[in-house]
Ligand binder design. Structure first.
Ligand code: PXP
Length: 246
């Protein structure tokens, strides 16, 4: 069975759209609070909760992550940039896993995989520090042999294959080629002993094909689940994704 990590960043996006500083004056969480959302997602079958604490703090805030660490009963996966400040934060927080992602202040969302070759020393150091603290490390990479092979050399136990290019190509002529890239990437990563996760841009339609990628351990899915939850509630949104994941 493929596991489902629910990314709840966009619950916080909705909160920040209105209440940027309100928690200090309100004296407590303001709506919509990602913590009860995470708990409801777990009750509906999420196998883990994922958040991205971005440098610009555009959605998830540090206090959200601390409260989630206390409250959730599954696994906390922290997506983070490979920076000294985030490494220090993760060592204090001790999430169950971290997913190292590239970060660019101008982007609407994470646009490409980690440049493992260009940032090899930083990624290796970050990965080693996390491993020695007992925190599982995943590298968010494009499904290309060079990046996958480097991830194996860095000895990161997990990779998360970036499904964004495939999702963007879904209604166009490159869909089959992008899907094949993912399939081959998953096979290569598995051959090298890496645990294969995937995420970004997965939705209730493309999941029918995504779930056939070989060797998948976990999918991290956010925007589409939060979007559907606006209409159906988080419980039904998570259950429906689980059903479609098979
Ligand atoms: N995985 C990673 C590494 C991400 O950066 C994101 C987006 O924050 C996701 C998964 C979830 O992507 P989406 O919100 O498109 O489902």
């Amino acid at each position: 069975m493929i596991l489902l990590g629910v990314n709840i960043d966009h619950c916080a996006t909705l909160r920040q759209a209105r209440y940027r500083q309100a928690e200090e004056t309100a004296g407590g969480p303001v709506e919509p609070d990602p913590v009860p959302l995470a708990l409801a997602a777990e009750r509906a079958g999420a196998d883990g909760i994922t958040v991205h604490l971005r440098e610009d703090r555009r959605h998830i805030q540090e206090r959200d992550v601390w409260r989630l660490r206390e409250a959730i009963g599954t696994r906390l996966n922290l997506e983070m940039a490979c920076t000294p400040a985030m490494v220090e934060f993760a060592l204090k927080l001790r999430p169950d896993s971290v997913c190292l992602v590239p970060e660019n202040r101008q982007e609407v969302t994470t646009e490409g995989g980690l440049d493992v070759a260009g940032r090899r020393d930083a990624v290796q150091a970050c990965s080693d520090t996390m491993a020695s603290a007992g925190i599982k490390v995943s590298l968010f990479i494009d499904p290309d042999d060079a990046a996958i092979e480097l991830a194996a050399r860095i000895r990161a136990p997990w990779v998360e294959l970036h499904t964004g290019a495939y999702a963007n190509a879904f209604h166009g002529p490159r869909r089959a080629a992008e899907f094949q890239r993912l399939r081959l990437g998953a096979v290569r990563a598995h051959e090298l002993g890496l645990t294969v996760n995937a995420g970004h841009g997965i939705n209730y339609v493309n999941i029918a094909e995504v779930r056939t990628i070989p060797h998948l351990h976990e999918l991290n899915i956010g925007h589409t689940i939060i979007s559907r939850a606006v209409f159906t509630g988080i419980d039904e949104a998570v259950r429906e994704m689980r059903r479609r994941m098979g």
